[in-house]
Design a protein around this ligand. Sequence first.
Ligand code: NAP
Length: 309
Amino acid sequence: MATILITGGTGLVGRALCKALQERGYDIIILTRKSKPVAHNQQPEDRIQYAEWNIDTQTIDKDAIAKADYIVHLAGAGVAEKRWTKKRKKEIIDSRVRSGQLIVESLRNIPNKVKAVIAASAIGWYGADPVIPNPDPFKEDAPADKEFLGDTCRQWEQSTEPVNQLGKRLVKLRIGIVLSKEGGALREFFKPLKFGIAAILGNGKQMVSWIHIDDLVSMFITSVENENISGVYNAVAPTPVSNKELVLQLAKSRMKFYFPFYVPSFILKLMLGEMSVEILKSAAVSSAKIQQAGFHFRFPDIKTALQNS
Ligand SMILES: NC(=O)c1ccc[n+]([C@@H]2O[C@H](COP(=O)([O-])OP(=O)(O)OC[C@H]3O[C@@H](n4cnc5c(N)ncnc54)[C@H](OP(=O)(O)O)[C@@H]3O)[C@@H](O)[C@H]2O)c1
C-alpha cells in the first residue's frame, strides 16, 4: 500500500486524517518537530512511523522523503492560538512558508517517488463579502486579500508552487472553519455555552464558511487518490451560515436552556486585537469547484454537521 508522509499529522486535522488513512490500509509517516516513540500496546498494523524535520535549520529525515508516495502538508503554527504580535505573525508565516520551501527543496534534492503533494491553505485567502448575504460566493480565482491572513495564504500557497515544475501533481485545499468535536473552533464556541450563554460575535451577520472534519478528511483522501484533482479547491461545505445561525444551532444541539448574547465588536477588538478583524469578517466561499470534480459532502448543512460533531 502507498506511504503517505504527513506534516502536522499530530494536529486536529492530521489526527483524523491519519485514522482514516490507516483504516484504508495506507502506511503513514508523520513528519514532526519532535518525534514520539511508538506506543507498546499498538498493533503492528496500527503503527505510525514518526520522522523529524527542523524548519529553522531546513533539515529533514531523508528516508521519510525517499519512502513517501504522497505528501500531505498540514503543518503551521496555530493562527487563532495566540494574539497576533509581530513575533507571532512571523511564526505563523515562517512555519508555513519555510516548511513549504523545505518540502520543495527535499523533493528536488532527495531521490524520491512522490506522485503528489496535497497542501493545506485557508479561506483566509479571501477578502470580505462586498454585501451580506453575498449572492456570488468567493471562487478559487479570486485574488488574495491584502490583509495579514490573505497575504499569509498567498505566500503559503506560493511556497509549494515549484512542486508542479518537478513534474508532480499539486493540490491546495483552502480550508474553511473546521467543525470537530475534538477541538478547534467548536471548542471555543462551546466555552460560553457551558454557562448557558450563546455568544454571538459582533452583530452575528458575518458569514462563516465551515466544513465538517469528516468531509475535510475525505477531501484530502480524494485529493490523494483522484489523479484528476489538481490545483486549488475551496474546502468548505456548500452552505455557509451566519455567525448567529452557527452559534444558535450549536446551542440548540447541545443545551436545553441558553440565552443569546451579542458580544460587541469593540470587546472582541480589545480581547483579540487584530485577529478580531478576521472573526468579524464575512466571507461566503463557494464549494462548486470540488463538487463539479465529483466530491460528495456527507454533511452539507450546518444542522446535521453539528449533530455529528
Ligand atoms: N482547523 C481549522 O479550522 C483550519 C481552518 C483553515 C485552515 N487550517 C489549516 O490546516 C492545517 C491543519 O489544521 P489543524 O487544525 O490540524 O492545525 P493544528 O491542530 O494547529 O496542527 C498543526 C500542526 O502543525 C505543526 N506545527 C505547529 N506549530 C508549528 C511551527 N511553529 N512550525 C512547524 N510546525 C508547526 C504541529 O505539528 P508537530 O508539533 O508535530 O510539529 C501541529 O500538530 C493548518 O495549517 C491550519 O492553518 C485549519
